[in-house]
Design a protein around this ligand. Structure first.
Ligand SMILES: [Zn+2]
Length: 492
């Protein structure tokens, strides 16, 4: 009897768990059995491994082969186990160098002819193997970009490469700094809308959830898209996380200069597509929008069932996906930006007459479920732009500020200053926000809370938005004026 062991990776949420892949070859009728994996996966892996071994010029041992994947109680439905299974068999049958490849870590899909293809989620294995100092063999043809900073990765193109001297990739040792992608959608493209732009700046600084309400064509989607360019650049850890999420979707090109994601979700999207799941499990839109924006246009058209799925991730920044025997977690720190018309016909409050009858307007507004409205921090009206204003603005083109800056650049510098101010302020006083209120602001807030019958959650929210507004103006203390503006932005 001959045995050999290599290690594979099970993907669990946005992490990995080591899987021991042990092959035993003994006397008996020629047969290949896989234990510790579902029958469906076992059938696929056996067919590919058999063909790849033979096509790569090795011999499939004509004895009894059992490959055990342990532990057996973790999900192994995703791809990537072909390569460790094939390597364990080749090692147990002494067809490749045991002194170099025994106990090695590997992940990859095999083609029938022995090509090693990158498996979805491979970036997660690479990241976690680096943290633990493991030497990992993966398929070639992946642009690892800046994800790798230790020379412990061996890449192979085909299974026959293991006959030769595979060496770790050393070229990857340099880490370039994380440079943000340049925004291409600028705030200057939007004419007028000073109120909405102000709300956008507040939302960008405080990462507050925002609802834009206005008639069709008023530029709600344009505004939502431009919020991305106003957000803080991603740091290296966030970029790596986003690359790992992309890897789960099968991307094999990793880069540092990522923009924050902007995911526009249609109201016909199912709850499963929104939050993730399936077999093997895949991240949903809220995870794809991690560190970025989840944009829901025509908010009242979304079903309550779909919107209610957002409650837990909006609170915790993660989503738990429950499966038959276990559950997994994906990150979901998205900023929600939603847009809606003020009424079913869309023209309520604008120059065009609203044609909605009876209680159609209140029914339409009630369609947005209470719990979601409760979690939206800011609501702003985006009025239709009058044609004469549009024409006036066009006459003034190109829009540049006196110092030669565009409106977008000016707003970005204001936000950068405000972020530095906020970070410094927080380093001086880390008490909970309501405790930081000075007597005048506290008296104002108490009075407002009584008059408007604000819930505890609403008070927290108004104070937090007031704090963001104060930071935007580089003000050390929150004043009643800041709170008045925060109250005016409360969702109705
Ligand atoms: Zn109407």
């Amino acid at each position: 009897m001959s045995t050999a062991q290599v290690f594979g990776y099970a993907i669990v949420g946005l992490g990995t768990q080591i899987v021991e892949v042990e092959a035993t070859i003994s006397n008996g009728l020629p047969q290949l059995d896989l234990v510790g994996i579902s029958d469906r996966r076992s059938k696929q892996i056996r067919a590919k491994v058999r063909s790849a071994i033979v096509q790569s010029g090795y011999k499939m041992p004509d004895r009894r082969i059992i490959v055990n994947l342990a532990p057996s109680d973790i999900d192994k439905e995703h791809a990537g186990f072909d390569l460790p299974v094939a390597l364990s068999i080749l090692l147990a049958s002494h067809q490749i160098d045991r002194s170099r490849f025994l106990n090695i870590h590997a992940m990859g899909d095999l083609s029938l002819t022995g090509w090693i293809k990158p498996a979805p989620g491979q970036a997660l294995a690479v990241i976690s193997s680096q943290g633990r100092g493991e030497t990992l063999v993966v398929g070639d043809g992946v642009n690892w970009g800046a994800l790798i900073d230790t020379p412990c990765l061996i890449t192979a193109t085909t299974l026959s490469d293991f006959k030769s001297d595979l060496r770790p990739k050393v070229e990857a040792a340099k880490v370039s700094p994380c440079s943000p992608a340049r925004a291409t959608e600028l705030i200057d493209d939007i004419k007028g809308q000073s109120g909405a732009k102000r709300a956008l700046a507040i939302a960008a600084l405080g990462r507050h959830h925002l609802l834009l309400s206005g008639p069709p064509g008023s530029g709600k989607t344009m505004l939502a898209r431009r919020l991305i360019g106003l957000l803080e650049p991603l740091n290296r850890e966030q970029v790596i996380e986003l690359n790992c999420i992309a890897s789960l979707q099968g991307t094999n090109h990793f880069r540092l200069n990522l923009p924050r994601p902007f995911r526009e979700v249609h109201h016909s999207t199912s709850a499963a597509a929104l939050i993730g799941g399936g077999n093997p499990p895949k991240p949903g839109e809220i995870t794809k929008a991690h560190h970025g924006i989840l944009f829901l246009d025509e908010l009242p058209e979304f079903s309550h069932q779909v919107l209610n799925q957002l409650r837990q991730p909006m609170e915790s920044g993660t989503i738990e996906i429950h499966r038959a025997h276990h559950h997994l977690q994906y990150p979901a720190q998205f900023q929600l930006v939603a847009a809606m018309n003020p009424c079913p016909c869309g023209w309520l409050g604008s120059a065009r007459p609203c044609s909605c009858l009876g209680d159609a307007i209140s029914r339409y507004q009630r369609k947005v479920s209470g719990p979601i409205k409760d979690r939206i921090d800011l609501q702003v009206s985006v009025p239709a732009v009058k044609p004469e204003h549009l024409l006036e603005d066009f006459k003034k083109l190109p829009v540049t500020e006196p110092e030669g800056q565009t409106e977008h650049e000016r707003l970005r510098s204001t936000l950068e200053r405000a972020r530095r101010f906020r970070d410094h302020r927080q380093s001086l006083d880390d008490r909970p926000l309501p405790q930081q209120l000075q007597s005048e602001a506290l008296a104002f807030m108490t009075d407002a809370a009584n008059r408007l019958q604000l819930s505890g959650r609403s008070i927290q929210k108004v104070v937090s938005i007031g704090r963001t507004i104060a930071d935007l103006g580089l003000a050390r203390h929150v004043t009643p004026q800041h709170l008045i503006e925060a109250l005016s932005l409360r969702p109705n």
